[in-house]
Design a protein around this ligand. Structure first.
Ligand code: B12
Length: 227
C-alpha cells in the first residue's frame, strides 16, 4: 500500500472512532495491521486522533455524553484489536516488573489508563489493572499483596486530584517504598512533584521509558523474581 493509501486508512479510522462506529473501527485496525502498519502508529494516528476530535466536539458542545460514550467504546474496541500486535513487540512478560495500575477514586475515565496498560505490557511489564474509581486503600492492598514495586495512577479530572494525592501519600508509607508514576490530562510535572509522585509523563507511550529510567535510577533490578 502506498503512502496515500495508508493516510486514507488512518483518516478513515480516526473518523470511524469519532463517529462511534465500532465495527468499522475494528475492521480498519485489522486492515491496517494486515497491511503491515505498526500498531503504535495505528493507535496514535488512527484511534487517538479520532478520540481527540470527539473530545474537541464535546468541548464545543457539538457532541453530548451519548456521542462521546459511543466514540470511547469504538476507541476501546480498536485498542483491543491492536493490543495483541503490540504484545508481539514486547515478547513474553514473564519476570517483567509488576505495575499496579488504576484510575483514582471518583473518576471513571478509563481510556488513558487502558492505553498505559497496553503500552506497558507491550514493553514487557506485568500489569495488574485495578480498573476505575479505585479507593486509595485498594491500591495499597494490591501493592502489598503482590510486593509490587511500581504504582501507576491515572486521572482525567481536576476534582479527583485530592484522591490521587491521598493514594500517593499512602503509597509512600509502604515498605519497601514503591515507585509512583502519575499521568492524565489535568497533570503537569510540577503538579505531579507536588503530589509526591516519583515521575510523570504526558502520554501513555512514554510510560514504559519513564518507569525504566526510574527503576535504573533507584538501583532496583529491571526484572522481578517470579511472582
Ligand atoms: C471520553 C470522555 C468521557 C467518557 C469516558 C469514557 C471512558 N470509558 O473512559 C464519558 C462519557 C463516560 C465521560 C464522563 C464524564 N466526563 Co468526561 N471526558 C471525556 C473526554 C472527551 C476524553 C477523555 C479521554 O479518554 N481521552 C482519550 C485519552 C487517551 O486522551 P489523553 O488525554 O491524551 O490521554 C493521555 C494522557 O492523559 C496519558 N495518561 C493518562 N493516564 C495516565 C497515567 C500515567 C501513569 C501516564 C504516564 C500517562 C497517562 O496517556 C493518555 C494517552 O497518551 C475528556 C475531554 C478531553 N478532551 O480530554 C472529558 C473530560 C475529562 N470529562 C469531564 C467530565 C466533567 C466528565 C463528567 C463529570 C461529565 C458529566 N457531566 O457527567 C463524567 C465523569 C464521571 C466521573 N465521575 O468520572 C471533564 C473533566 C473536567 C475536569 N477538569 O475535571 C473533561 C476534561 C471534559 C470537559 N472539558 O469538561 N467522559
Amino acid at each position: 500500500m502506498d503512502d496515500a493509501g495508508r493516510t486514507k486508512l488512518l483518516d478513515d479510522l480516526a473518523r470511524a472512532v469519532m463517529e462511534g462506529l465500532e465495527g468499522e473501527v475494528v475492521e480498519g485496525c485489522r486492515k491496517a495491521l494486515k497491511e503491515g502498519m505498526e500498531p503504535q502508529e495505528v493507535l496514535r494516528e488512527g484511534l487517538c486522533r479520532g478520540m481527540h476530535r470527539a473530545g474537541e466536539l464535546y468541548e464545543k458542545h457539538e457532541y453530548f455524553l451519548p456521542e462521546l460514550l459511543l466514540a470511547s467504546e469504538a476507541m476501546q474496541a480498536g485498542m483491543r484489536a491492536v493490543a495483541p500486535a503490540l504484545r508481539l513487540y514486547g515478547g513474553a512478560a514473564e519476570g517483567g516488573p509488576v505495575v499496579v495500575l488504576g484510575v483514582v477514586r471518583g473518576d471513571v475515565h478509563e481510556i488513558g489508563k487502558n492505553l498505559v496498560g497496553v503500552m506497558l505490557e507491550a514493553e514487557g511489564f506485568r500489569v495488574v489493572d485495578l480498573g476505575i474509581d479505585v479507593p486509595p486503600e485498594r491500591f495499597i492492598e494490591e501493592l502489598q499483596g503482590r510486593a509490587a514495586r511500581i504504582l501507576a495512577l491515572s486521572t482525567m479530572m481536576t476534582t479527583t486530584l485530592p484522591a490521587m494525592r491521598r493514594t500517593v501519600e499512602l503509597a509512600r508509607e509502604v515498605e519497601p517504598r514503591p515507585l509512583v508514576v502519575v499521568g492524565g490530562a489535568p497533570l503537569t510535572s510540577a503538579l505531579a512533584a507536588d503530589l509526591g509522585a516519583d515521575g510523570y509523563e504526558e502520554t501513555a507511550a512514554r510510560a514504559p521509558a519513564l518507569i525504566r529510567a526510574l527503576l535504573s535510577r533507584s538501583g532496583l533490578p529491571s526484572q522481578d523474581a517470579e511472582a
